[in-house]
Design a protein around this ligand. Structure first.
Ligand SMILES: [Zn+2]
Length: 267
């Protein structure tokens, strides 16, 4: 059976509190054997550790502060994440998720830039990849990352990539960066199929962003309870990529898992 990797899943969120173990078992049954968990902020750390500690062979943590959690108290948030990252004794696989989000709120725009730069500095220091969230901010995020990557030694992924073919070309040209592709690829109005057709599979990793952004047919499910995304559905995304690129699903699984292992420095 092909082995898939979910490079971005918030499996510790409350949406999974009633069936988390069963949900992770469904992922394993589907061949989704590695699940990477991005942190959000100080309020999510304990729950993330609980999930990681219950599934140490399949769940792998990241540490960072999400741009939507960069507010007036951001110095405190950063200090806490840095403490966990450097002194908790735990192994983290990336600094994430970090980035810029100008969709929800731009009040702390300046602080978002500062927090992103500081967290990229941790990643460089610890030689960890970065997992980037950018919403309504691809140009700004790309510019900052490009400058930070110029000296070498920085790698990462643009999670939930939603850019154009030209944007994808820019990410690929960075060299050590990937595009995270999830459920939005399966949406009717998505322009991502064109991007997937144009981009070499070597730059793509799979993700769910669970519990959000369920792929079709789950997104259109009549029962609201079925709209929740989970890691098993990464297979639906792989299937869509296989159709677009006229590859076997095994080939998509193998290459994107290899990409994920390279991204997270696990090989
Ligand atoms: Zn996320």
């Amino acid at each position: 059976m092909p082995v898939f990797t979910d490079t971005h899943a918030h499996l510790y969120f409350h949406q999974f509190d009633h069936d988390r173990n069963a949900m992770i078992q469904r992922a394993l049954n589907n061949g989704v054997t590695r699940l990477f968990l991005p942190n959000v902020d100080s309020e999510t750390i304990a729950a993330m550790y609980q999930t990681i500690d219950a599934h140490p062979h399949h769940c792998f943590p990241m540490m960072g502060v999400h741009p939507c959690s960069i507010k007036a108290n951001f110095e405190k948030e950063l200090a806490l994440a840095e403490q966990e990252l450097k002194h908790s004794g735990r192994r983290f696989y990336a600094v994430g998720e970090i980035g810029l989000d100008f969709y929800w709120d731009v009040t702390y725009r300046k602080q978002q830039f500062e927090a992103l730069e500081r967290q990229i500095a941790w990643a460089k220091e610890l030689q960890l990849p970065i997992v980037l969230h950018c919403r309504e901010s691809f140009a700004e995020t790309f510019e900052l990352v490009k400058n930070q990557a110029a000296g070498g030694g920085l790698s990462g992924v643009f999670h939930c990539f939603g850019g154009t073919v030209a944007d994808a070309g820019k990410v690929a040209a960075l060299g050590n960066f990937y595009m995270g592709i999830g459920g939005t690829l399966t949406y009717k109005k998505s322009e991502l199929p064109e991007v997937i057709a144009a981009v070499d599979l070597q730059y793509i990793v799979l993700e769910t962003d669970a519990p959000y952004l369920a792929p079709e047919p789950y997104r259109s499910a009549k029962n609201p309870a079925e709209k929740r995304n989970e890691s098993a559905y990464v297979v639906n995304v792989a299937q869509r990529i296989a159709e677009i690129k006229r590859l076997s699903i095994d080939e998509v699984a193998t290459t994107t898992t290899q990409n994920a292992l390279t991204l997270f420095k696990m090989n």
